[in-house]
Design a protein. Structure first.
Length: 194
């Protein structure tokens, strides 16, 4: 099993509810790390303009480079669900190591701005999953642009969609293989939203 996020960019309004829900659930201060980021993409010239948002949590890659370079093994991929977890007690910290920071092609690795900062990132809201609930970002989305589950089930559920190699705000890394299902219709078409 490989847990993954699904994102339908055609539904996303850029309201940042998922971002706020993530910070609130994990008790992350406002001007601190961002376990979930929103990438805004603007292109075109008036009157033919394009604006979109892409949700960027940790994509819990199939082959995570962050785990590969970690000298202590504090970053691991869980065999039961493919979620990439961090044992922050074992992390050497940004000042002593920080190798994971440069290894992640998606900027999911975060360190707070303090001398003893340890690596942190999206953990797929493990405590919520254990209770049978969706991650905070998914359950908070007012337009249902987000979903999560086993990547195979997500592909079946959203049959007209699939894993794309590129799209607004996303570049597919062949080595890491992000567990992220995203709508194809805008990535390979002339879909525009103003």
């Amino acid at each position: 099993m490989q847990m993954a996020f699904y994102f339908d960019q055609t539904r996303c309004t850029g309201c940042y509810t998922c971002y706020i829900a993530c910070k609130e659930w994990h008790d992350i201060p406002a001007h601190s790390v961002q376990w979930l980021r929103i990438q805004e993409t603007e292109s075109g010239k008036y009157p033919d303009v394009f604006m979109s948002c892409t949700v960027s949590p940790c994509y819990h890659c199939v082959n995570p480079s962050c785990a590969e370079v970690c000298p202590t093994g504090c970053i691991a991929k869980r065999s039961q669900d493919g979620i990439v977890v961090v044992d922050r007690e074992e992390c050497l910290g940004k000042e002593a190591c920080g190798q994971c920071l440069g290894a992640c092609p998606y900027g999911a690795i975060q360190f707070r701005n303090k001398p003893d900062a340890k690596m942190e990132k999206c953990d797929f809201c493990l405590e919520r999953l254990e209770e049978g609930r969706q991650p905070a970002c998914v359950s908070s989305c007012p337009v249902r642009a987000l979903d999560s589950g086993d990547i195979g089930e997500l592909k079946v559920k959203y049959g007209k969609y699939g894993v794309v190699k590129t799209g607004p705000g996303l570049t597919y890394d062949k080595k890491n293989r992000p567990a992220f299902v995203i709508g194809v219709k805008y990535a390979n078409s002339s879909y525009k939203r103003v």
